[in-house]
Design a protein around this ligand. Structure first.
Ligand code: NDP
Ligand code: MG
Length: 412
């Protein structure tokens, strides 16, 4: 039995993890679930999966959860506050931690799991972006195992030689890899006329053509910030030099990424666009288990298309590469600026094309420093959030957002 803690259980990745785990009650025991404020959903999950611990970061939510659970699932102990996330991530009763909290908030618990030597199933890409070098150090100190959940990184991992250890120095060079080909769907606005992008709405941005995901990563996919963050993620997970990582637009999201070897052989991983496949792969690694995902029907699929990335339409990829090249605290600032800009966009306070503008301005203003401690990453995060919020609040009313376009206007 593998004993699981699922951090961010009420989200899209969390729910998919519970779906896969519940298919194999002989293999997985759910020991801890954690969320920020979705009381009703966490309550349902506790009743269905009977964990020993349920963490609710929000104190009022925790109180309500405790009251409800007293009669409905009394075996579950409710813990409260952000500290409790670290506590369950490092707890002796847990073997594997699904790190699926969205954004910078997931970093401390992900690091705690690494330091405690857990198997870290990493969905929370923002943790790697903020503090890749420190996270790798924590993994080494804890002798922890790192398994990617992001579909592209799972695909790369599955296409690398068996036994490849993510996050371990020298692995990439030993593997004989020439290039990593990171595929990108291009999101909902791949073909939208560029002059209409300024007016797209949050609903349109969240309507991803292939994947069903949480709101933040859906907007990141629409701006392609997600792909930029994934370049940084691949750099750290596989020890891959930036020059060896190439983004290829592949609208069908069937090839989830590829590895080209020195002999020019290309190995790809394919599957339906459903996160339960990479989740099942990491949960059972190195075994294979049923994920509940529909098999691919190649004859129905017909064709697979590939395009070059349009850097003018999607400036966020370039911003990510600039930040990682700058190094130190710059990626933490980039991530924080993006989180604030995405939140403002989702709340109707910022236009879609203003997201990269805000990130660019923040990166131009922050003082990037070498990154030696987590405190520095948090300080950069706080500074960048404050700057981004200030820039957004100063935008003139005339520059402000999107009047909705009819969906038909977006189909080219
Ligand atoms: P969702 O928005 O669907 O879920 C986020 C989860 O994090 C919820 O459980 C939420 O709890 C919890 N959460 C948010 N803020 C906090 C906080 N401050 N403290 C504790 N918990 C918090 O996100 P996704 O599941 O889509 O994404 C999760 C992570 O996985 C992200 O980093 C994303 O980039 C990554 N990822 C997601 C993919 C996908 O297909 N969805 C694919 C690849 C990577 P509550 O419900 O209570 O707010
Ligand atoms: Mg991805």
């Amino acid at each position: 039995m593998k004993r699981l803690a699922i951090l961010g259980s009420t989200g899209s990745i969390g729910a998919n993890t519970l779906d896969v785990a519940a298919r194999h009650p002989d293999l997985f025991e759910v020991v801890a679930l954690a969320a920020r404020q979705s009381v009703d959903r966490l309550l349902e999950q506790c009743i269905a999966h009977r964990p020993r611990y349920a963490v609710m970061v929000d104190p009022q939510g925790a109180k309500k959860l405790e009251e409800e659970l007293a009669s409905k699932a009394p075996q579950t102990q409710v813990l409260c506050g952000a500290q409790a996330l670290e506590q369950v991530a490092a707890c002796a009763e847990v073997d594997a931690v699904m790190a699926a909290i969205v954004g910078a908030a997931g970093l401390p618990a992900t690091i705690a799991a690494a330091r405690a030597g857990k198997q870290v199933l990493l969905a929370n890409k923002e943790a790697l972006v903020m503090s890749g070098a420190l996270f790798m150090r924590a993994l080494e100190e804890g002798k922890a195992t790192l398994l990617p959940i992001d579909s592209e990184h799972s695909a790369i991992f599955q296409s690398l030689p068996r036994g490849f250890a993510c996050g371990r120095a020298g692995e990439f060079e030993r593997a004989g890899v020439r290039r990593i080909l990171l595929t990108a769907s291009g999101g909902p606005f791949r073909t939208t006329p560029v002059d209409r992008l300024a007016r797209v709405t949050p609903e349109q941005a969240c309507a991803h053509p292939n994947w069903s995901m949480g709101p933040k990563i859906s907007v990141d996919s629409a701006t392609m910030m997600n792909k930029g963050l994934e370049v940084i993620e691949a750099h750290w997970l596989f020890g891959a030099p930036l020059e060896s990582i190439e983004v290829v637009v592949h609208p069908q999201s069937v090839i989830h990424s590829m590895v080209e070897y020195q002999d020019r052989s290309v190995v790809a991983q394919l599957g339906a666009p459903d996160m339960r496949t990479p989740i099942a792969c990491a949960l059972a690694w190195p075994e294979r288990i049923d994920s509940g995902v529909e098999p691919l029907d190649f004859t129905a699929l017909g064709r697979l298309d590939f395009e070059r990335l349009d850097g003018n339409r999607f400036p966020c990829v370039r911003l990510c590469i600039e930040a990682i090249r700058q190094g130190g605290t710059a990626p933490a600032a980039l991530n924080a600026a993006n989180e604030i800009a995405v939140e403002a966009f989702l709340n109707g306070r910022l236009g879609f094309t203003q997201i990269p503008e805000i990130i660019d301005r923040v990166l131009g203003e922050v003082h990037a420093e070498p990154l030696d401690t987590l405190e520095q990453a948090y300080a950069a995060d706080v500074e960048a959030r404050a700057l981004a919020s200030r820039f957004i609040s100063r935008l003139s009313v005339s520059a402000l957002p999107p009047s909705a376009l009819p969906p038909s206007a977006l189909v080219s």
